[in-house]
Design a protein around this ligand. Sequence first.
Ligand SMILES: Cc1cc2nc3c(=O)[nH]c(=O)nc-3n(C[C@H](O)[C@H](O)[C@H](O)COP(=O)(O)OP(=O)(O)OC[C@H]3O[C@@H](n4cnc5c(N)ncnc54)[C@H](O)[C@@H]3O)c2cc1C
Length: 192
Amino acid sequence: MLNRGDYWQCGFVIPKGGFDQIQACGLASFREEVARLAPYLRERTDELKEWSDVKLLTVSVDRLRAWHRPGVLCIGDAAHAMSPVGGVGINLAVQDAVAAANILAPRFLGAGVSENDLHAVQRRREFPTRATQAMQVFIQDRVIGRVLGGTRTLSTPLLLRLAARMPFLTRVPARLIGLGFRPEHVRAPAAA
Ligand SMILES: Cc1cc2nc3c(=O)[nH]c(=O)nc-3n(C[C@H](O)[C@H](O)[C@H](O)COP(=O)(O)OP(=O)(O)OC[C@H]3O[C@@H](n4cnc5c(N)ncnc54)[C@H](O)[C@@H]3O)c2cc1C
């Protein structure tokens, strides 16, 4: 639930391709499901008056093989679509931008940007992208997928059990989510 000031935005996670089935059951049934999961919203679900009040956001996790062509460089989701898992897609996009500025700004001030320079940005950012996406897919498959698809009671994942015994381990995911696999710092010269 996100407080948007004059309204609440509510995320409702469904399996990929499951929206048609939800629509087929009708809006009343959808409202009831929201109220079942969040009973304190029961009085407000009438605000969903038609399906256009519900926005389907499709999640994908993928990467371009080449992030650049002569004269163009893709960064952020344009180069690698991120899932919401971990809330790290924005971090990665900003880090790509910082890395691109660090690598390209001196070139713009000097001899100009070559395709090699564009490739240097991809080289620097590809590992953190792959590692972050692997983490997202792992959590998606091991936790979210099982919650959405299963009726079995879930056991606590091994990593969480270990962290409960050794609290210092909680620093690892906190660091990976907060700072990422390769933090970036602005080193580009200030614009003239
Ligand atoms: C459902 C969902 C929830 C998510 N939640 C989170 C979260 O909580 N935290 C998080 O960190 N990440 C989250 N992500 C991932 C995150 O949204 C992306 O990784 C991040 O927004 C990428 O930033 P970006 O600047 O590369 O691209 P975008 O944020 O997509 O920005 C691209 C911008 O370009 C604009 N644009 C497109 N075409 C044109 C054009 N032709 N001319 C001009 N402008 C154009 C678009 O309107 C958009 O404003 C979520 C993703 C999804 C799908």
